[in-house]
Design a protein around this ligand. Structure first.
Ligand code: FAD
Length: 340
């Protein structure tokens, strides 16, 4: 079922009302088309987790709706080549991969509506999921709203995202062979990214705004033990520039003086923000705002499941998100079967 087919047809035979009307009689008014708003499963989010959950729920013959939010396709629509999603001998472009996932879910019967969820009510059954213009009810809900990488907010970052500016070393590291790279951040993930990137880069400059790193000692030691890693503490990034690709990074030290360093890439590793504001007070979140899951995909509310980066702050990959989407869908199907 396509997004357009969310519209449930009423009085199909009456379509084209004039047909069959006797001469002189009033034409039959066009049939009233009412939007379908009640589903077995509503999936919030349309990244790899949400679409995969849609595919599995629909194949299990559950009436399924995906609400995509402001970024249909999720984080991968903001990238170019994806080399590590299985099934593609050659790299596939992120947006193409996500369009294919969407089409696959639609072919299985998933309804997809490009609308943002503004409120949810998991306190009563059926659950309610609201957008600015609609209220949907669901017997089960899958939260797949992902997480957004924190941005530096400096000139050049947005324009050069995907053209040398990256937020994921595991994803993009192999594209930076032999290049000088700047990694920004001072926590464990920045250390991990810097260490990982030494496999490819000729030099990794780790830039951190404070005089001390936040990372655990062991992670710091591991990063510092590598001869390719250099540190620039008490330093911030002022701008990223280049002609269509990252070529330079402007660094600013504590005294405010600036210098340009040549760089073929910038990896921003200053954390992620889970997209969970909507669920505060509805399901249990951890101290960092990620959804807490137990036994695979279960949240603190029976019948509400979570999948992907919205709960997984460790792996954060398209394939793991898709795997979690599958798990959440199977759990939702079992929940529905048990509560029928
Ligand atoms: C630049 C970049 C490159 C990457 N490259 C790779 C790579 O090469 N390989 C790899 O495996 N991984 C890569 N990743 C990581 C990968 O994209 C994520 O791990 C994956 O997309 C997570 O999937 P998800 O479905 O959990 O969430 P997301 O992809 O984040 O999708 C979340 C979805 O939730 C929706 N949403 C949010 N709030 C609402 C709301 N209120 N109402 C309705 N919907 C909402 C969004 O619109 C979006 O559709 C990359 C990430 C980035 C940022």
């Amino acid at each position: 079922m396509s997004a357009a087919q969310v519209l449930e047809r009423r009085g199909e035979q009456g379509q084209g009302g004039e047909r069959g009307a006797s001469p002189g009689s009033q034409p039959t008014p066009p049939p009233r088309r009412e939007k379908k708003t009640s589903f077995d499963v509503v999936i919030i989010g349309a990244g790899p987790a949400g679409y995969t959950a849609g595919i599995y729920c629909s194949r299990a013959r559950r009436e399924t709706l995906v609400l995509s939010g402001l970024l249909p396709g999720g984080q991968l629509v903001n990238t170019t080549e994806v080399e590590n999603y299985p099934g593609f001998r050659n790299a596939i472009m992120g947006p193409d991969l996500m369009l294919d996932m969407r089409a696959q879910a639609e072919r299985m019967g998933t309804a997809i509506v490009d609308d943002e969820v503004t409120n949810v009510d998991f306190a009563r059954r059926p659950f309610r999921v609201m957008t600015a213009s609609e209220e949907y009810t669901a017997r089960a809900v899958i939260i797949a709203t992902g997480a957004s990488p924190r941005k530096l907010g400096v000139p050049g970052e947005g324009e050069l995202a995907g053209k040398g500016v990256s937020y994921c070393a595991t994803c993009d590291g192999p594209f930076f062979r032999g290049k000088e790279i700047v990694v920004v951040g001072g926590g464990d993930s920045a250390m991990e990214e810097a260490t990982f990137l030494t496999k490819f880069a000729s030099r990794v400059l780790l830039v951190h705004r404070r005089g001390e790193l936040r990372a655990s000692r062991i992670m710091q030691e591991r990063a510092m033990a590598d001869k390719k890693v250099e540190m620039a503490l008490n330093t911030t990034v002022g701008a990223i520039s280049g002609d269509g690709r990252v070529e330079r990074v402007t660094l600013r030290d504590a005294s405010g003086s600036e210098r340009d360093v040549g760089a073929g890439g910038v990896f921003v590793a200053i954390g992620h923000e889970p997209n969970t504001a909507l669920f505060r007070g509805q399901v249990e979140l951890d101290a960092r705002g990620y959804v807490v899951v137990r036994d695979g995909a279960r949240t603190s509310v029976e019948g509400v499941f979570a999948a992907g980066d919205v709960h997984d702050h460790e792996y954060r990959q398209a394939i793991t998100a898709a795997g979690f989407g599958c798990m959440a869908a199977l759990s939702a199907d079992r929940h529905l079967a048990a509560s029928q």
